[in-house]
Design a protein around this ligand. Structure first.
Ligand code: ATP
Ligand code: MG
Length: 559
């Protein structure tokens, strides 16, 4: 597992200041939290936040809480709560026994709201949502709030009755009394409680009023003793409200909110709402579709935790939004798998190759290295016989200029790990399609090793013994979106989809050693790319592989 980078980032600079003698957290343990909303699966953007939250705590010998931010009852689901924990553990982070639910603080939230009313800092408002918008004002005009001076006793009574379920949704709200003329609209007497007669996944029907995020979140942080509440940039404008809440209710501590830029990746979208729309529209098979930027999708595609963490760490922590190339994520995976993946042979678009001078019915074995980068990974035995499968495009009946593979009377080519062969012709069907390639082998070239010093003009090609192999389905993926920036504001992201992002190949041939392949083992299919067995659909007798990434690196550093 990659180490968390030690490089200085601006968050660390703030924390250094805070814990230095005389700083606001001098002598305190640095305490962060990761607060996912359990309304979907985590995506790679969350990994960046995880690295920042857990990584910062780790760097300072502090603690990081995992808190399900389930204050909004609308979309939360236990399925997501479980999946989020699984994904975080998979990445290698651990919260120990510090696992919380925002909804566990509902009673406290209520008490603090009552405290605000008693202090004259909150009031019950009965503007309709439409009126609320109408009275919001603009930069030059303050908002209008006709219920602002409601007597404290009346607000207390109405708020208690809101809780008791006397009123329908939206009939009343509780608003913080701050500043109707503020240039920051979040401070113009924001709503802090609303009525929602909804079932909550943990609280059941206990509540019909729910606190707004901007009120609940600072309270949750303060109650857990968080020192640094690290969140993404869209909360920057909410920081004054965050501070107002912790300053005006009697919470035990005053955490500091620090914002960082969200991670963006080209050719994909990183928003649960949009990812959910892809699933609901049937554009992908689910949260774990291997084309999805979700952690479960990337895992199923064959991404390793190390490759994802390395990616997020290399990207760094910035204060301004940045979009990173998907190609860079791919290059991080390639780098990881190059070191670890076993090399095997598979033929994706097969055509039969018959070695006409090899005795019928005969078979022999060759030892080949599992990973030339890692001699300790050992060798395995593969079989060879008169009939082999090769890639259809490793043969041309009529060669084109510079073509160095098989064609009638063409150059000698090596069969990887086996013999040198020479193409002598082919057999075509009635429609003129090549159905069989014919070649002769040189019995003295056994081992097919380039180190034998023999000058071979043609290419080295991969092959599979047709008498000892398995059929497989191979799923090849490309960008989910053709448009590099489908996430851009105002763009209809669904119209940016790549209709050819999934290509399913059936009747592929894989070497016998793959008969019991199981996720999460990754393989390099020689000359083709890195592949892994599909965790859902692959089984002995029904092999299914996902292409994790091709071999060719299209990422240009510094581009
Ligand atoms: P989404 O739009 O995907 O639902 P969110 O911010 O609503 O994103 P949460 O579940 O609320 O998702 O996020 C938990 C934490 O992860 C938050 O602190 C949030 O700021 C952070 N986060 C979410 N997306 C990204 C991203 N792309 N880059 C960095 N951090 C992110
Ligand atoms: Mg959210």
């Amino acid at each position: 597992m990659a180490e968390i980078t030690e490089s200085k980032n601006f968050i660390h600079a703030f924390i250094d200041e805070d814990i230095a003698p005389g700083g606001q957290f001098a002598g305190k343990t640095v305490h962060t939290r990761f607060p996912p909303e359990p309304n979907g699966y985590l995506h790679i953007g969350h990994c960046k936040a995880l690295i920042i939250d857990f990584g910062t705590a780790e760097k300072y010998g502090g603690l990081c809480n995992l808190r399900m931010d389930d204050t909004n009852p609308t979309k939360e689901d236990a399925e997501f709560v479980d999946a989020i924990q699984e994904d975080i553990h998979w990445l290698g982070f651990d919260w120990g026994d510090r696992f919380f639910f925002g909804s566990d603080y509902f009673e406290k939230d209520y008490e603090y709201a009552v405290e605000l009313i008693k202090k004259g800092l909150a009031y019950v408002c009965e503007l309709t949502p439409e009126q609320f918008k109408e009275y919001r004002g603009d930069l030059n005009t303050p908002a209008i709030s006709p219920y602002r001076d409601r007597p404290i006793e009346e607000s207390l009574d109405l708020f208690a009755r809101m809780r008791a379920g006397e009123f329908e949704d939206n009939k009343y709200t509780l608003r913080a009394k701050i500043d109707l003329a503020s240039g920051n609209f979040n401070m113009r007497d924001p709503v802090i409680y609303r009525i929602r007669h909804m079932h909550h996944h943990r609280q059941g029907d206990k509540w019909c009023i729910y606190p707004m995020y901007d009120f609940a979140h600072p309270i949750q942080d303060a109650l857990e003793g968080i020192t640094h509440s690290l969140c993404s940039l869209e909360f920057e404008n909410h920081r004054p409200l965050y501070n107002w809440v912790v300053e005006n209710v009697s919470v035990p501590c005053h955490p500091r909110q620090i914002e960082f830029a969200r991670l963006g990746i080209d050719h994909t979208v990183l928003s649960k709402r949009k990812l959910r729309a892809l699933i609901e529209g049937g554009y992908v098979s689910g949260w774990d579709d291997p084309r999805m930027p979700t952690l479960c999708g990337l895992r199923r595609r064959g991404y390793t935790p190390a490759s994802i963490r390395n990616f997020c760490e290399s990207v760094g922590v910035a204060k301004s939004p940045n979009t990173i190339e998907f190609a860079f994520l791919e290059s991080c995976l390639r780098k990881d798998l190059d070191a670890t993946a076993k090399r095997v042979m598979a033929v994706l678009k097969p055509v039969k190759l018959t070695i006409t001078n090899y005795p019928e019915g005969q078979s022999e074995s060759f030892e080949i290295e599992n990973n030339p980068n890692n001699p300790e990974d050992g060798k395995r035995s593969i079989t060879f016989s008169r009939e082999l499968w090769i890639e259809a495009d490793d043969f041309l009946a009529e060669p084109i200029p510079k073509y160095k593979r098989l064609y009638p009377d063409g150059p000698e080519c090596r069969l990887k790990g086996a013999y040198v062969i020479k193409c002598t012709g082919c057999v075509k069907d009635e429609q003129g399609n090549v159905v069989e390639v014919l070649a002769t082998y040189d019995p003295d070239s056994k081992g097919g090793d380039p180190a034998d010093g023999r000058k071979i003009k043609g290419a080295t090609i991969h092959w599979v013994d047709a008498n000892n192999c398995f059929d497989a389905e191979v799923r090849q993926y490309s960008n989910l979106f053709d448009d590099p920036d489908p996430d851009a504001a105002g763009k209809d992201f669904l119209s940016c989809l790549n209709p050819n992002s999934l290509e399913v190949l059936t009747g592929c041939k894989v070497e016998a050693s793959l008969g019991d392949a199981k996720a999460p083992t990754s393989y390099q299919f020689m000359r083709l790319g890195y592949f892994c067995p599909d965790s859902k659909d692959c089984a002995p007798g029904h092999l299914v592989f996902n292409r994790s990434v091709s071999l060719k690196d299209s990422f240009k550093p510094g581009k």
